[in-house]
Design a protein around this ligand. Structure first.
Ligand SMILES: Cc1cc2nc3c(=O)[nH]c(=O)nc-3n(C[C@H](O)[C@H](O)[C@H](O)COP(=O)(O)OP(=O)(O)OC[C@H]3O[C@@H](n4cnc5c(N)ncnc54)[C@H](O)[C@@H]3O)c2cc1C
Length: 416
C-alpha cells in the first residue's frame, strides 16, 4: 500500500465502526493514506469473532484458483470478483507473512497459519495499527446518527456525538451475537432508507425430527463418508461427498454447511426440502442387494448390515429411522434406501449459533466503492453486506477484500 503524501487527506478524519477483520483492514488502508482514523468497537476489545475462528484453526483463505474461487460467492460472484481483484488469496497470505505468520495449504485446499492460531496475528495487527496512529475506542456502540449528521455512540459514560468526514461501517452479520455482531444496525440503516435483505442462517445445521430413541443413541455421532444429493435452486441435481454429524436436533457438519444456502433457499421457497444421503458411497445398489441377500445365519439384521454392507451403528440407525424396525423384511428397499436415504429437513438452526449469516446491506444499495447510495460518505464492508459463501476461508477473504475496497472508496471520495 502506498502512502499518499496528501495534506488534504491528513486533515480528514474517518470513523471506522466495528473492529472485526473488515473494519481493521479498512482502518489499515485508510491510515496508510495518511487519514486520521478512529476505530470504534462495541465490545471491550476488537476481533472477538476472528479469535473464535482461530479455535477452528483460522482458515484464512482458500487455494482455489480464480474464477473457481469467485464462484463460491454464488449470485454475488461478479461483484465480489472486483473486490478480489484488489485483494486475493495470495495478497492475504503475503499480508499475514508481514507479521511473521507463515501459512500453508491443507489437504482440502484450505489455507491456515502454520500455528493455526488467530491470537498472535490479531495481537500483532492491533499493535501495528496503534503504532501507526489508529485510535481505538472500545466500549463504543454505534446507535445511528444525530440530526446534525454526527455519529451517536453509547459509551460507559453515556452517549457521545462523534464527527467524521467519512464513515466505514463494518458491523458484522448476526451470528454469535455475544461476540458483538448482533445485527442491530439493520433497523438503523433501514430507517435511513438503506435497502437490506433479512439476515438468515448460513453455514448452518438443520433440524430433523429424530425419534427419541435415535436421538439418544446417536447424537454426536459422525456420519462419514456420505454423498449428499440435492437440487440447487434451478432444480439441477447436485451431489457432494463429505462428512457430517448427527446432533440432538438434526444434522450439521462441513458437508451440510456447504449445501446450506441451497437447502435454506429451497425451504424458503417451497416450505419443505429433502436431502438424500448415499450412506455407502462406492457400492452399487446391485452389489448391495447381492450382499444383503446372503444368508444371515441367525445374526441380527443390524449385525448383518454391518458385515454385508459395512454399516456402522449410526448409519444402521438412520436406516431404521426411515424404514422402521421391520426394515429387514424388504432387502430391495434397504439397498435402495442406503443409496438414497431421504432426510426431511425442518428448518435451519438459529442464526445465533451459526458460523455466518446471509443477508444484510444489498449490494445494489451501494455504489461500486461500497458507499451507501442513501447516505453519502458512509461506506460498508464485511459480513454485514448481502453475500454468503461456504466455510473454507472464503468468508474472511471477502471481509478483507471488501474492507480494502471500502477504504479505497473513502480515499477517493475524500479527494473528490
Ligand atoms: C465459530 C466461528 C468460526 C469461524 N471460522 C472461520 C474461518 O475459519 N474462516 C473464515 O473465513 N471465516 C470464519 N468465520 C467467519 C468469520 O469470522 C466472519 O465472517 C468475520 O469475522 C466477519 O468479519 P467482519 O469484520 O465483517 O465482522 P465481525 O468479525 O463480526 O466484526 C464486527 C465487529 O463490529 C462490532 N460491532 C457490531 N455492532 C456494532 C455497533 N453498533 N457499534 C460498534 N461496534 C459494533 C462487533 O462487536 C464486532 O467486533 C467463523 C465464524 C464463527 C462464528
Amino acid at each position: 500500500m502506498s502512502k499518499l503524501a496528501d495534506t488534504d487527506l491528513a486533515q480528514k478524519r474517518v470513523a471506522v465502526i466495528g473492529g472485526g477483520p473488515a473494519g481493521l483492514f479498512a482502518a489499515e488502508r485508510l491510515r496508510s493514506a495518511g487519514v486520521a482514523v478512529d476505530l470504534y468497537e462495541a465490545k471491550g476489545s476488537p476481533g472477538r469473532k476472528f479469535l473464535i475462528a482461530g479455535k477452528g484453526g483460522l482458515n484464512l483463505t482458500h487455494s482455489d484458483p480464480r474464477p473457481l474461487f469467485d464462484s463460491r460467492y454464488r449470485e454475488r460472484q461478479a461483484q465480489i470478483a472486483h473486490w478480489l481483484d484488489g485483494f486475493d488469496t495470495d495478497a492475504l497470505r503475503r499480508w499475514a507473512q508481514g507479521f511473521g505468520v507463515e501459512t500453508y495449504v491443507g489437504s482440502s485446499g484450505r489455507v491456515f497459519p502454520v500455528d493455526r492460531k488467530a491470537a498472535p496475528l490479531l495481537r500483532g495487527w492491533v499493535r501495528r495499527l496503534k503504532e501507526r496512529g489508529v485510535r481505538f475506542h472500545v466500549q463504543h456502540r454505534w446507535l445511528g446518527w444525530n440530526d446534525d449528521g454526527s455519529l451517536r455512540m453509547a459509551t460507559e459514560d453515556g452517549e457521545v456525538a462523534v464527527r467524521a468526514d467519512a464513515t466505514v461501517l463494518a458491523l458484522g452479520g448476526g451470528s454469535w451475537p455475544q461476540l458483538g455482531s448482533d445485527g442491530s444496525w439493520m433497523d438503523v440503516l433501514q430507517q435511513r432508507g438503506v435497502d437490506t435483505a433479512p439476515l438468515q442462517s448460513a453455514n448452518c445445521g438443520f433440524d430433523v425430527d429424530w425419534t427419541p430413541h435415535f436421538q439418544q443413541r446417536h447424537a454426536g455421532a459422525p456420519l462419514k463418508p456420505v454423498v449428499a444429493h440435492w437440487r440447487d435452486l434451478d432444480g439441477q441435481p447436485q451431489q457432494l461427498q463429505g462428512e457430517c454429524v448427527i446432533s440432538e436436533y438434526g444434522i450439521e457438519g462441513s458437508l451440510i454447511y456447504a449445501l446450506a444456502a441451497d437447502l435454506r433457499e429451497t425451504l424458503n421457497r417451497d416450505g419443505h426440502v429433502t436431502l438424500e444421503l448415499d450412506l455407502v458411497p462406492g457400492r452399487e445398489e446391485s452389489r448391495l442387494l447381492a450382499e444383503l441377500g446372503r444368508p444371515r445365519k441367525g445374526r441380527s439384521f443390524g449385525e448383518h448390515l454391518r458385515r454385508a454392507a459395512g454399516l456402522d451403528a449410526v448409519k444402521a440407525g438412520l436406516l431404521f429411522e426411515v424404514l422402521g424396525k421391520d426394515a429387514g423384511n424388504d432387502i430391495a428397499a434397504v439397498a435402495r434406501t442406503l443409496k438414497r436415504l431421504p432426510l426431511r429437513l425442518l428448518r435451519p438452526r438459529p442464526m445465533a449459533e451459526t458460523i455466518s449469516t446471509a443477508g444484510g446491506v444489498r449490494l445494489e444499495a451501494m455504489n461500486e466503492a461500497l458507499m451507501l447510495n442513501a447516505v453519502p460518505g458512509v461506506f460498508c464492508a464485511g459480513e454485514m453486506l448481502d453475500w454468503e459463501a461456504p466455510t473454507g476461508g472464503y468468508l474472511l477473504t471477502a471481509c478483507y477484500a471488501s474492507g480494502l475496497r471500502a477504504a479505497e472508496g473513502v480515499i477517493h471520495w475524500l479527494q473528490r
